[in-house]
Design a protein around this ligand. Structure first.
Ligand code: UD1
Ligand code: CA
Length: 485
């Protein structure tokens, strides 16, 4: 798609309005930085403009400008096509468009203007409006329009008896029930020549219910001069603007459904109720079960299973890995065919080798397990290395922190760490060494040695029944005493 569109929109600049505070969000965070499927709202319209092939994209910023600019640079800087323009005071969409237009490079012929709070629109939706302007030689402006039964809140498209567009009137400026009953509304995508916009935007006056400069008034500017405004019937399902958090939730639901569908069509089994952020990559024949949450730069390899309730954040999951239910993986790598969980917690910089096993209630942090190593139950492995095929028993703790510094624990290949051992770092267990159950290891263990450090066991014959008799007698004596005596 992008290829075909790219050629035609080379000399088109997209101006995306994103300077408003978003009062209705009731938030300290600027509206367009609120997250939808793991990315700020504004990401999607900018991406749509780039995918449509617009030669340059000017994002109009104002409220929360520094954060927004930082995000745009980080996310789109590499494209070399995204710049910002500043709207100093938020005096309305018309004023914002003017700020955007001032920043458009000389040589640009046509401008596509749309809003930064419409996350679901696609490259095809915006390109269609530019195309309309090309095709309809009479028209000076082309706009998208939508028709639905309840367009409350949107600007309405007013037409004359012949069906020609006359103006767009905002909800708050509608004067009668007939006007309020108009079902055709303005989703906010406009295409026009730079020359026309210069004149139209210069003419705007803030004489309306909100005392703002309305971008929508470029329509009546054209029609009052007897010029034509063309329209493109557009898909209302992708045109919802986000103004409050209820709409944010609704928009995100739709985005999530779109993303799950994309993975399904690409050969991934995705159960209902999974949450997969926009940035996640999943290879085919992976299975993502219900209530799994995949965030950030997570990648899931072919044939892997991410079972119910797993939470993956920037996780690199190899081919054929099994993540059993309720495992948490953050900023970590799990290599091919490893088995994790249920209830494992892999904290940042864990690296779990091929065919390795990490079982229930095992926590790892900055620890590498080599191929085939196992820690199957109840352990804390922090700041360590576990060699190939080593076995770490239940209840083992890497005592990595002395209150001041983190120290390293190294376990050689084929070593065996008995259950309930404490390895006090810095410490090294040699290849093939054996640590006896319940040992507190404070000194390095040579390869193939046995380390054992626990009190010798003693059995006292008959002691248990004597003890029971004594304790029972004590309890009975206490019950006979008068209260307070
Ligand atoms: C706008 C349209 C309305 C349309 C609706 C579609 C106008 C006057 N109205 O209304 O016809 O149906 O979008 O979603 O254009 N912004 C600025 N600077 C400002 C004001 C706003 O950059 O001074 C930006 C905002 O950050 C936002 C976008 O413009 O991303 C739209 O502004 P918003 O206040 O949400 O407009 P609506 O009331 O939704
Ligand atoms: Ca809006």
């Amino acid at each position: 798609m992008s290829e075909g569109l790219g050629k035609t929109l080379d000399s088109t600049t997209a101006v995306i309005l994103a300077a408003g505070q978003g009062t209705r969000m009731k938030s300290a965070l600027p509206k367009v930085l609120h997250s939808v499927a793991g990315r700020p709202l504004v990401h999607y319209p900018v991406r749509a403009a780039l995918e449509a092939g617009c030669g340059e994209v000017v994002v109009v910023v104002g409220h929360g400008r520094e954060r927004l600019e930082a995000y745009l640079t980080e996310s789109f800087g590499a494209s070399g096509r995204v710049r910002t323009a500043v709207q100093k005071e938020q005096r309305g969409t018309g004023d914002a468009a003017r700020a955007g237009l001032d920043a458009v490079r000389p040589g640009a012929e046509r401008v596509l203007i749309f809003y930064g709070d419409v996350p679901l629109l696609t490259a095809a939706d915006v390109a269609a409006v530019a195309k309309k302007l090309d095709e309809d030689k009479e028209a000076v402006v082309a706009i998208a329009t939508c028709t639905t039964n309840d367009p409350f809140g949107y600007g309405r498209v007013m037409r004359d008896v012949r069906g020609d567009i006359v103006e767009i009137r905002e909800q708050k400026d509608l004067r009668s029930d007939e006007e309020r009953a108009i079902k055709e509304w303005n989703p906010g995508i406009y295409a026009a020549s730079v020359a026309f916009l210069k004149q139209a935007l210069a003419s705007l006056e803030p004489n309306n219910a909100q005392g703002e400069y309305y971008l929508t008034d470029i329509v009546s500017f054209a029609t009052k001069r007897g010029e034509r405004v063309a329209s493109v019937p557009s898909n209302p399902a992708v045109m919802d603007g986000i103004n409050d958090r209820a709409q944010l939730a609704k928009g995100e639901r739709a985005m999530m459904e779109r993303l799950l569908e994309k993975h399904r069509v690409a050969g991934v089994t995705v159960r209902d109720g999974a949450r997969i952020e926009d940035s996640v990559v999943i290879e085919k024949d992976a299975t993502i079960e219900s209530f799994a949450v995949l965030r950030g730069n997570t990648r899931v390899g072919a044939g892997a299973l991410v079972d119910v309730g797993c939470v993956l954040t920037n996780a690199d999951i190899g081919e054929g890995v099994t993540l059993k239910p309720y495992s948490i993986v953050t900023d970590s790598v799990v290599r091919a065919r490893a088995q994790i969980g249920p209830f494992s917690h892999l904290r940042p910089e864990s690296d779990i080798g091929e065919d390795a096993h990490v079982g229930n209630f095992v926590e790892t942090k900055k620890t590498r397990l080599d191929r085939g190593a196992k820690a199957n139950h109840l352990a804390y492995l922090g700041d360590g290395f576990v060699g190939e095929n080593a076995n770490v028993g239940a209840g083992t703790i890497f005592c990595n922190y002395d209150g001041f510094q983190k120290q390293i624990t190294r376990i050689g290949k084929n070593a065996f760490i008995g259950s309930d051992s404490q390895l006090v770092a810095p410490v090294t267990i040699g290849d093939g060494a054996y640590v006896g159950t319940g040992t507190t290891v404070t000194k390095d263990v040579p390869a193939d040695a046995l380390a054992i450090g626990r009190a010798k066991q003693e059995n006292k014959e008959g002691y248990a029944s004597r003890l029971r008799a004594r304790l029972k007698a004590q309890k009975e004596a206490a019950a006979k005493k008068p209260p307070g005596g």
